[in-house]
Design a protein around this ligand. Sequence first.
Ligand code: C5P
Length: 401
Amino acid sequence: MQLLGNRKILLGITGGIAAYKAAELVRLLTRAGAEVRVVMTPAAQEFVQPLTYQALSGHRVYTDLFDAEAESAMDHIELARWCDLLVVAPASADFLGKMSAGYADNLLLTLCLASKQPVAVAPAMNQQMFANPATRDNLRQLIGRGVLVWGPDEGEQACGDVGPGRMLEPAQLLNNILSQFGPGKLDGVRLLLTAGPTREPIDPVRYISNRSSGKMGYAIAEAAMKQGARVTLVSGPVFLAPPFGVELVAVESAQQMYEAVMGEVADCEIFIACAAVSDYRVAETAQHKIKKTGEVLTLQLVPNPDILAEVSALQARPFCVGFAAETENLEQYARGKLQQKNLDMIAANRVGSAGSGFEADFNQLEVYWIDGGQSIEHAGKSEVAKQLIDLIAERYTRARS
Ligand code: C5P
């Protein structure tokens, strides 16, 4: 079977001794049925001749941003659009630094900027260079932007050092590439998701809200879509573009979110409540802007419907996944909610610690279900979302069978 039949892989090679291993990767990819085009940076050509990859891929190798002949055959923007996946292997420390800064002074960097397709990098460098905070910061930035970072491996290095920095073996890279295109774990499953904050109006210009950025929910929507789900995203006001292919229902208040969810839930199979819904709304929204008087002002708040609890109480209920944000006793409180709201799963994050949770690009989760649980380690929100969707797909498939 051609595991990668018709898949188009753009392989970027940067300057490092591991460039010779990229030749093996080209061979594995073409054997798996992929169409491979190779792009080399100037530094890469110091290690291996382009002819090697040309012979293995069966196509000319792209090396120069200003190569008129190559540009007339397929210009660099076309090349960026052509591929299903862009993999940079090996990715040197220098290349990662430039990529994280948004440089475009060689063809491969330009392609990384111009590509809308997923980009993966396989770092390869001396262990001390890998350990350097500058490299770490660059990788964190890239992960935060959704770049897939594969590796590095630990072990003996070409320079004689031992430690993390070796490029992953070509067979491992092939596996990672295959998993990008594997059959979807949620093929055809209708998935409804809430995300972002809600706004509870006080008067025509003021509202009560919270710090939710919607990043986690939007990342989950995208991860679910990549696994083949048909996703409807009911979102409070956020500054994010909805992932391509997701159906967006934009709402403001908790009441609107409740109504939108109830309107969509009938034919959905999985419901994920990721929104930070205001527990209360103002009892009576003022018709006109409330004037300053110097007196104490009291707002009367009444409870909002608990959307998740209402969905899980439906007779024909979907598989329900909730979120819990806690500052203490994480497991105890999260498991309490799992039971009270009659959920299938709950994903708990510790809020109040720097670098994860609300507004951050990173997160870490403790996921619980009635007779088990699993941690999702600190990572970029898109990676956390991917792992969470894998877990949900596994539990959902088990619950259905
Ligand atoms: O009870 P608590 O607000 O901590 O529960 C959080 C979970 O419940 C989240 O999944 C959140 O999206 C959901 N929720 C909801 N409607 C509310 C309050 C919370 O769907 N009114």
